[in-house]
Design a protein around this ligand. Structure first.
Ligand code: PRX
Length: 635
């Protein structure tokens, strides 16, 4: 029994596995599984057997063109077939695949058979619009069943989806759309958020003035808000109208293991957002295996991932992982504290959620309300909890463990990235846990913490997180930018390793403690926000000559933005201008860009080559030693 919530005590505390979970666990011995994973190719090949292949692979891993690795070469497979079609010939046919609920109390259930037919109709409709294998289809949608259907429909016919998070606003949306150059966009009228309807179509209308590749926009009537549809024939069409009369059978496209599956944008430290490309078979194997092993998915589970589908967490573990395992996935549209901060616990009780996967920011937000809300509800259906996106501080871990897990559900703190596609560092239900660390690399994954020369750092010292061997769900490249792919991830540290961009320490048990990003990427409420994107948004305001931004610690969101701006002549940073700048940045980037402070400065620290030295701003902010300033322009 845990007695103290004191941070240091808990950091040292080890939590033993719950014996009831060990009994039913797919993997009962963590160490033995890690040992098994050392024969990496054999390990992943065995896992690949869980799927139906149209043609088996010749080679598990092709390393002939590093770092452009290939997995399961010459295999032929289809994701939608394995996630949906496969189940309709089993006793899962009439089981609920997607359980949709929203903050207004509406709900919708789609069985595997119903999902199968909807996916086929949409797949046929996309084909009729001229979409072919390899074409890109963009999506900008709320958390609604039609988004999952559209993504699966793309898989079914071999199209590549590019989902843009619906919390991103006009500027960020336009940039991602123009980069992907899709001809089709699937969107919706609006989305529900805290009792209001956010007009998504209005954002799309504005964005379309600057996106010239889109020929057809498909609009789902979801929130019922009034919208304007283009009069031009074929330009904009309602989803329901498009699907009318479409047959509910559609032939499946046999995809090569390495055929592109989707692109997903994520922010980097410099320049435009990175279009991370994932391919078919390896991604399926990695995602399904990790979900099954870490969250111990069994028949009868009700899986709830609270992340948004617009991010990798939603792609891998809200849609693909659970459906590939034939489980029921809950899709919830709404905020965690509306109509009150008990809503999540009410949903857990109402539907009997068994596995809940969420984020440290959400937990820190909800724990501010104490245990008043969770105690009202019966949370006994919960068996395993999980977290992703940022370091889970021990206080949040303990709150979740005590108040939600009632000291019997282990917490799977999973470390991974858009680029890794799947969980990379994580405990299993049978692991000994320490609050604040994702523990050890997943079996079959080789990760270390090293110095800049690639040598492992001693216990307790800071180093870079690197992945030393390829893993199946790894991204294959940055879409249309192989040079950046090689330069950003595979060059800095010797030894041909993947540099994740995070700093970490290892403890005496080898457990990895993530310290945060080592580059200029902010983690705001678990979302990756590139400093250069925010700076560009500031600089596009007429009053701003130049801007630099850094992350400032925030007790709930992890980090928020602190901006240093140089104003053009004649401007002063008045309260009015501050609120105007806030609105402007929010308009460009959306609510992910949470602004803390904006301060006016006369100059910014720069290198002689003109790059802003954000680390100097950070050090000044934290009152730390400024480090090596030899490249600073004016000392
Ligand atoms: O800094 C790490 C942090 O999130 C980054 C990846 O962000 P993104 O690509 O948006 O994917 C988030 C969802 C997979 C990582 O480089 N991060 C993710 N999980 C953890 C974490 N930091 C600490 N602990 C975690 N469990």
């Amino acid at each position: 029994m845990v007695k103290s919530a004191n941070k240091l005590d808990n950091e040292k505390k080890v939590f033993k596995p719950n014996y009831m979970l060990v009994e039913e666990a797919h993997v009962k011995n963590w160490e033995a599984e890690i040992e098994k994973g050392k024969d990496m190719e054999k390990y992943w090949a065995e896992k690949a057997e869980q799927f139906e292949w149209f043609q088996k692979w010749d080679q598990v891993l092709d390393e002939s063109n590093k770092p452009f690795y290939k997995w399961f070469t010459n295999g032929k497979i289809n994701l939608a077939y394995n996630a949906v079609d496969r189940w309709i010939h089993t006793d899962k046919r009439n089981q609920v695949a997607i359980l949709y609920a929203n903050e207004r109390g509406d709900e919708k259930k789609l069985t595997y058979y119903e999902l199968y037919r909807e996916v086929n109709k949409m797949a046929n409709a996309l084909k009729n619009l001229g979409v072919e294998k390899g074409d890109t289809v963009s999506m900008y949608m709320p958390m609604c069943p039609e988004l999952l259907i559209s993504m699966l429909a793309c898989n079914k016919i071999g199209a590549v989806h590019s989902v843009v998070y619906s919390g991103l606003s006009v500027g960020a949306f336009v940039e991602r759309m123009n980069d992907a150059k899709a001809k089709i966009l699937v969107t919706a009228d609006g989305t529900f958020r805290r009792g209001k309807v956010i007009d998504l179509k209005k954002i799309v209308d504005e964005a379309m003035l600057k996106c010239h590749t889109i020929e057809t926009t498909i609009v789902v009537k979801h929130a019922g808000n009034p919208i304007h549809m283009s009069e031009l024939s074929g330009k904009e069409i309602f989803y329901d109208t498009l699907l009318e009369g479409e047959p509910d059978e559609c032939p499946v496209e046999e995809m090569d293991s390495e055929d592109p599956l989707f692109i997903l944008y994520t922010s980097g430290s410099t320049g435009k957002p990175k279009a991370v490309l994932h391919t078919t078979a390896g991604y399926m194997v990695g995602v399904a295996t990790t979900l099954k092993t870490i969250f111990d998915i069994h028949n009868g589970d009700l899986w709830w991932c609270t992340g948004d589908i617009g991010w990798i967490t939603g792609h891998s573990y809200l849609i693909y992982g659970p459906l590939l395992l034939g489980t029921t996935t809950l899709v919830y549209e709404g905020a965690p504290d509306y109509p009150d901060p008990g809503i999540w616990w009410k949903i857990v009780e109402k539907y009997g959620v068994t596995k809940l996967y969420t984020s440290p920011t959400a937990i820190r937000h909800l724990m501010r309300y104490g245990n008043k809300y969770p105690t009202v509800y019966n949370l006994s259906s919960l068996k395993i909890l999980g977290s992703v996106g940022e370091p889970m501080n021990p206080a949040a871990w303990m709150w979740l463990y005590r108040n939600i897990g009632q000291e019997k559900t282990p917490i799977m703190d999973t470390w991974w990235q858009t680029e890794t596609g799947m969980h990379m560092i994580s405990p299993l239900p049978v692991s000994h846990l320490k609050p604040g660390t994702p523990t050890l690399p997943f079996p079959g994954v080789d990760i270390d913490v090293v110095d800049e020369n690639g040598n492992p750092v001693p216990v307790g010292e800071d180093g870079y997180v690197v992945v030393k061997k390829p893993w199946p769900a790894m991204f294959r490249t940055l879409y249309k930018d192989e040079k950046r792919f090689v330069n950003v991830y595979w060059k800095d540290i010797p030894g041909g390793v993947y540099r994740a961009g995070d700093m970490a320490r290892k403890d005496e048990d080898g457990y990895i403690w993530i310290q945060g990003r080592s580059d200029d990427v902010l983690k705001i409420a678990g979302h990756r926000v590139g400093t250069s994107e925010v700076e560009a948004a500031f600089s596009s305001h007429p009053a701003v000559a130049e801007a630099a931004v850094i992350g400032k610690s925030d007790p709930v969101k992890g980090q928020v933005i602190k901006a240093f701006v140089i104003l053009k002549e004649g401007y002063k940073l008045t309260t009015k201008l501050i609120s105007e700048l806030q609105r402007h940045v929010r308009y460009e980037l959306g609510p992910v860009a949470v602004l803390g402070d904006i301060v006016q400065v006369d100059n910014l620290p720069k290198t002689r080559s003109g790059k802003i030295m954000r680390r100097v701003l950070r050090a000044r902010e934290e009152g730390k030693d400024l480090g090596d300033l030899s490249t600073l322009e004016d000392g």
